[in-house]
Design a binder for this molecule. Sequence first.
Ligand SMILES: C[S@@+](CC[C@H](N)C(=O)[O-])C[C@H]1O[C@@H](n2cnc3c(N)ncnc32)[C@H](O)[C@@H]1O
Length: 280
Amino acid sequence: MVDAQPSLPLADDGYPAAGGVARRPVDAADSALANRRWWDAAAPAYLAEHGADLGDVDFLWCPEGLREADAHLLGDVAGRRALEIGCGSAPCARWLRRAGADVVAFDLSAGMLARAVELNAATGLAVPLVQADAGALPFAGASFDVACSAFGGLPFVADVEGALAEVARVLRPGGRFVASVNHPMRWPFPDSPDPADLRVTSSYFDRRPYVETDDAGRATYAEHHRTVGDWVRAVVGAGLVLEDLVEPEWTPGRTQEWGQWSPERGALVPGTLILVARTP
Ligand SMILES: C[S@@+](CC[C@H](N)C(=O)[O-])C[C@H]1O[C@@H](n2cnc3c(N)ncnc32)[C@H](O)[C@@H]1O
């Protein structure tokens, strides 16, 4: 994916500087373009901030600290062909590889994949990496036993029904799909880790995406809000069988904060929703 546009200007914290913030519609093409440029620019700061917590070969489902090694949401992956959606630096894919899966990982951002390439070399666990958009998977139908995602891609796509239909297409019959996403309960509250900020400042039912813009008003980041019911309908509408909705509680003793996720808030409200589904 060639980017003819200059990279986004960075703020003092190393993340892309937002010219403005809005709740407004943004279509699939503009979402993908904005998020690719945002994650390319943000990758060094994001991985400097969270890389140690994510690990190089580790499967962390969410800021609450739930790990696949304890949760076993994917079942036994040994000998299974697995796909990681929105893999970032790909620690989850490497963990799956070490657990015996034949895994392929993809992400929209070349910046995030560049770090994945480095970690493949450093760990000796060289998972195949593909640059792709979760909205259009460059994989054959019925070619995977497992598809998974830890906050990768799905919160950022405008057409989640289309993205989940793609997941259903590439899974074999009886295949497993597990994905963690922002818990819809996060949206009505300010993006702050402080429990004192648990004040409803927007409607839970407001589906307009959160959009950051440049000075010309073009989207530079887009995150899409869905209610719990929207997620259920999207999963079922894609032809998948929903088996569980997991709402992980904060891991006792864990102090690591991620944006608005903190131990104090985590004790009061859910921050992550994990969709657990299978193909018929
Ligand atoms: C919060 S990170 C999650 C990745 C990894 N689990 C982690 O915690 O670093 C979100 C990832 O989703 C990727 N992403 C965003 N939009 C995407 C899309 N449409 N298709 C595929 N990946 C996408 C980003 O590039 C980024 O690497």
